[in-house]
Design a protein. Structure first.
Length: 130
């Protein structure tokens, strides 16, 4: 039985637009994320802890204006660290006023350690790749 052009998708049958050049997975993910409505971006941002919200905030102007990293989010992150018995910054030097001042000193070290997944093992979330 021979196939006809009616059975093929338009691009495969020579009709319609040609497929676009492949892009990397990171580029595709970024395009997909940015194509979502702003309401979805807000909903996602509201569920982020402070370090993740700060990282997202620094990815683009769009997210800088959208993502909040206020005092309440910083305090919630610090309280969660204390609840999990993770290291917390020195309370005498912890300035909650701005992200720049907050991330100086021991907070920047804690965030760097978190990015390197050192704390995952401390709370039982470390799963080695075999």
């Amino acid at each position: 039985m021979q196939s006809t052009s009616a059975e093929l998708p338009p691009a495969a049958a020579g009709h319609g637009p040609a497929p676009s050049a492949p892009c990397s997975t990171a580029e595709a993910a970024a395009l997909e994320l940015m194509s979502l409505p702003t309401e979805i971006h807000l909903a996602v941002a509201q569920h982020l802890i402070y370090p993740d919200a700060l990282s997202l905030k620094h990815t683009s102007r769009h997210f800088r204006s959208l993502v909040r990293t206020d005092i309440q989010l910083k305090v919630a992150w610090l309280l969660e660290r204390r609840r999990l018995h993770l290291e917390c910054p020195n309370s005498h030097r912890c300035d909650l006023g701005s992200d720049l001042r907050f991330c100086r000193g021991s907070v920047s070290l804690l965030m760097r350690r978190r990015r390197m997944h050192f704390e995952s093992a401390a709370v039982g979330y470390f799963f080695p790749i075999l």
